[in-house]
Every structure is written in C-alpha cells, then in structure tokens.
Design a binder for this molecule. Structure first.
Ligand code: SAM
Ligand code: SF4
Length: 344
C-alpha cells in the first residue's frame, strides 16, 4: 500500500467500520495466575465463579504461532502477551523465542505481575522484549498480601529492579481503588520522580460476573489528577499524548525532578474512538472489545481444519464487528467475561 494513502476498508482489511486501524493484538496466554488480585480473579471453584481452563482448552503454541503469522501477514505488527499471568505458562520462554523470529512482527510486549521476573527477565531481554508493563497496586508488603492473596511484595520489587538494571522500559500499572490504595497514590507519583518508570493509574473497571467492583471503590481520573497535582505540576505531553489507552503527563516537582504519569480512564473518558486492539483470549476466541462479550470461536475453526484463508476471514469479520464503543459509564453491568481469560 502507498504510504501516503489513508487506510480505508477498501485498501486495508484491518480497518473497522469506524475507520479505526487495528494494529495491535493482545494475547492472553493462560487464564492461570500465581496471584488472586481481588479486583480481577474471584474465588476459585464454581461457587466463586472462577473456572480455570483445562490445558487442552488453551491454544497450543503451534496454533498460536500459526494465527500470529496470519495476523502479521494482514499487517499487524505489535503483540502484547498477557493473561492470567503469562509467565506461568509452561514453555513460555521458548514460545517467545519463536515469536521473535516471526518476520514482520516488530514488537512484542509483556504485561506481568512481576512475581517471576527476577528469574525470567534476562531471558525475556535476550528474546528481544524491551517493554514491560508491571502491575503493582501497593508498595506495602502487608497490603500487597491483602490485595493479591500472596506475601510476595519483596519478590516483585526485586523483579522490577532486575528488569530496570537490564534496560527494560517499564510502566507500572496501578489500579486505583478508593479506601484500598488511595493513600499511596502520592507515593507512587514520587516513585515516578525517582525512578525511570511511567506510573499509570487505571480506573477500576467492573469486569466479570463476580466482580468485586463497587461504586464506593471507584475513583475517576479527574480526582486522581488532583491528588497527584499535590506532588508537582502535571503537564499534558504534546496535547495530552495517548500512549496506548493512557493519557500521559509530565510531572515536575518543586525541586526540578521530573517523571511521567499516565491515566487510563476507561469509565470516565473512554478511548474507544482510538482503540486499535484485537484480543485473543486464552480460550481461543477472538474478542474485539474488552467490555463487550461478543467473541468469535477461532479455536473451533482451527481444530476443524480451517485454512489460513478462513482464519484470515474470521479475523477480518471480528474487526468489522468491533463495536463503536462501550457504555460502561451508563450501564455498569454489561461485561461478564473473566478478566484473566480476556487478558485485560
Ligand atoms: N497478570 C498480569 C498482570 O497482572 O499484569 C497480566 C494480566 S492482568 C488481567 C492485566 C491488567 O489488567 C493488570 O494491569 C491488572 O491490574 C488489570 N486489571 C485487572 N482487573 C482489573 C479491573 N477490574 N479494573 C482495572 N484493571 C484491571
Ligand atoms: Fe493475576 Fe494479573 Fe489478575 Fe492479578 S491482575 S489476578 S496478577 S491476572
């Protein structure tokens, strides 16, 4: 395609009905996780509503590589590995090594809870990953245990330090929850001044049938910005640059130190107009929107002998079915999908 030509549905099959170009695949490698964050995974077992997939329900690495090659052939060049916790899936490092050899796949990123980073960071760097999103909602070990169900704060912190030393670009994802971690937002902002991370505050979303979401915990980004404003001056970067779904600001403290802060506001200021994502869930379904439950069964197609042409057609159709936006602000109960299966 001529570089000057504007992508349209006629000249580019990654363009959806609302002229958005889908350039980015989020792949949930597994719905399993070594943590149980209160906002993400309900209690295990039928009663709690968390049904973990069997290994045979996951797409195999061979199936995933096949799909990714098709997707890259269609013109997508960016992939994010997520989960569940992507680093708990057996064989993940070999899979990443194989991915890094896929021609045309320019960037592989990873979202992780950091528990296994100390052990795996060097291997990830060797495989060519340079950008990590690490989830961390508190810097207090006791509270970490309360939020995640595991006494692993020090291990995660060491993992982050290891990753920084290796040269990864790091974004720290903090889910903002009133009455749970809001007394630490200022500390997180200070961390962004001291360390080379972008700290990103994410509005708590009601995702999943058994979500612990409640209005009482929800803090809109406008309120978050006011709180962070006490640490220093927030300035929108080039007209409030969008970095993925985040609006990114520079933070300058009175002593001149600088950092970067991102706000991800799916509820108060949704970013559906610029959404460029397609999701492949750990159940092998294609999902065009995090907050809409419609999914296309790619696994069934793969396992019934579907050709690459048919895989491509299903991906194209899912893109065409991508909804214009979500209505979470008006209707807070429209998404039943399980976050760890969808991949966030
Ligand atoms: N296990 C990895 C991790 O925690 O980074 C990757 C998967 S996790 C589902 C991806 C992201 O979704 C994390 O940053 C997590 O904090 C975020 N997340 C999960 N549930 C959420 C919710 N209800 N509202 C907002 N963010 C949520
Ligand atoms: Fe696991 Fe990530 Fe969900 Fe926490 S947010 S339970 S670390 S998948």
């Amino acid at each position: 395609m001529n570089k000057q030509m504007k992508p349209t549905q006629e000249n580019n099959e990654l363009v959806d009905m609302f002229s958005r170009t889908i350039s980015y695949l989020r792949l949930s490698l597994t719905d399993r996780c070594n943590l149980r964050c209160v906002y993400c995974m309900p209690e295990d077992g039928e009663e709690g509503g968390l049904k973990i997939l069997q290994h045979s329900d996951l797409l195999s690495y061979e199936e995933l590589l096949r799909v990714i090659k098709v997707v890259v052939d269609m013109g997508m060049n960016k992939l994010r590995l997520t989960g569940g916790e992507p680093l708990v899936r057996r064989g993940v490092m070999d899979f990443i090594a194989a991915l890094s050899k896929v021609k045309g796949l320019e960037e592989i990123r990873l979202t992780t809870n950091g528990v296994l980073l100390q052990e795996k960071a060097a291997g990830l760097f060797d495989a060519g990953i340079r950008k990590l999103n690490i989830s961390l909602d508190t810097m207090r070990p006791e509270r970490f245990k309360e939020i995640t169900g595991a006494d692993l704060f020090e291990q995660v912190w060491q993992g982050i330090e290891t990753a920084v030393e290796l040269g990864f670009e790091i974004k720290l994802n903090v889910v903002a929850m009133k009455g749970i971690n809001d007394d630490e937002f200022v500390d997180f902002a200070r961390l962004a001044l001291e360390k080379p991370y972008q700290v990103r505050f994410i509005e708590f979303m009601p995702v999943g049938k058994n979500s612990t979401w409640d209005k009482r915990y929800y803090i809109p980004s406008t309120e978050l910005k006011e709180m962070i404003g006490k640490v220093g001056t927030l300035e929108a970067l080039s007209g409030c640059r969008m970095d993925g779904p985040a609006k990114v600001y520079s933070l300058t403290a009175a002593d001149g130190s600088k950092g970067r802060i991102g706000f991800i506001s799916p509820i108060s200021h949704h970013f559906c107009d610029t959404c460029n994502r397609l999701r492949l869930t750990s159940a092998g379904t294609l999902r065009a929107c995090l907050l809409h439950d419609h999914e296309a069964d790619l696994k069934a197609l793969l396992r019934s002998g579907g050709s690459d042409k048919e895989i491509r057609a299903l991906i194209k159709q899912t893109i065409l079915d991508k909804p214009k936006g979500h209505t979470l602000a008006e209707d807070l109960a429209n998404c039943e999908g399980q976050m760890s299966r969808i991949g966030g």
